[in-house]
Design a protein around this ligand. Structure first.
Ligand SMILES: CC(C)(COP(=O)(O)OP(=O)(O)OC[C@H]1O[C@@H](n2cnc3c(N)ncnc32)[C@H](O)[C@@H]1OP(=O)(O)O)[C@@H](O)C(=O)NCCC(=O)NCCS
Length: 155
């Protein structure tokens, strides 16, 4: 299978935060942000594998800044690792306060997606084409983390 660079699958999804995804104090629910991140990771994994995908695990999710009703959020998702059928997507969320004109990094996380064939079984994906040293470092780090998680029994 021919390898593909992350530039062919990366995506940015934007959303204006509405009251229906927030608590009574106006904070966006963490689960609602995670849903958007999961959707963006799914788009990346589908684009890369050209198949159905499911989320196998979510890792290292850090909420750094609150997100409020009226903010504009940008969800950036990029493939950083491929195994046989697994694809790790790194997702960052930026929040823009449209009144103050400020943009901050609100959170980030890693989503492990698995490609499925028509029978719902894990199926091989094209290898990720590494183009830079930074990408190579991220790939190796992710590989080690996933292997360690497998050994510890969490995967
Ligand atoms: C993810 C799933 C397809 C894996 O099925 P499986 O029978 O374990 O498949 P395999 O043993 O062939 O493993 C397939 C890949 O998944 C990885 N994997 C399996 N379970 C995993 C887990 N819990 N976490 C992370 N990776 C996992 C394996 O390492 C393997 O990676 P590789 O092909 O790159 O080496 C299956 O567990 C599943 O369908 N889970 C539910 C997914 C889902 O519904 N997600 C939405 C949740 S709401």
């Amino acid at each position: 299978m021919e390898s593909k660079p992350s530039s062919t699958s990366k995506v940015t999804m934007a959303q204006m935060v509405q009251p229906n995804v927030a608590n009574p104090y106006g904070n966006m629910h963490g689960g609602e942000v995670m849903k958007l991140m999961d959707s963006a990771a799914g788009v990346v994994a589908q684009r890369h594998s050209l198949s159905n995908v499911v989320t196998a695990s979510v890792d290292r999710l850090f909420f750094r800044e609150p997100i409020f009703v009226g903010d504009l959020i940008f969800c950036h998702a990029e493939l950083i690792y491929t195994g046989r059928s697994s694809m790790e997507v790194f997702v960052t969320v930026e929040v823009e306060n449209l009144v103050r004109g400020e943009i901050k990094c609100a959170l980030e996380g890693h989503f492990l997606m698995i490609a499925l064939d028509r029978n719902g079984r894990a199926t091989p994906v094209p290898p990720l084409l590494i183009e830079t040293e930074a990408q190579q470092i991220k790939f190796e780090k992710t590989k080690k983390r996933l292997e360690a998680a497998k050994k510890s029994g969490s995967k």
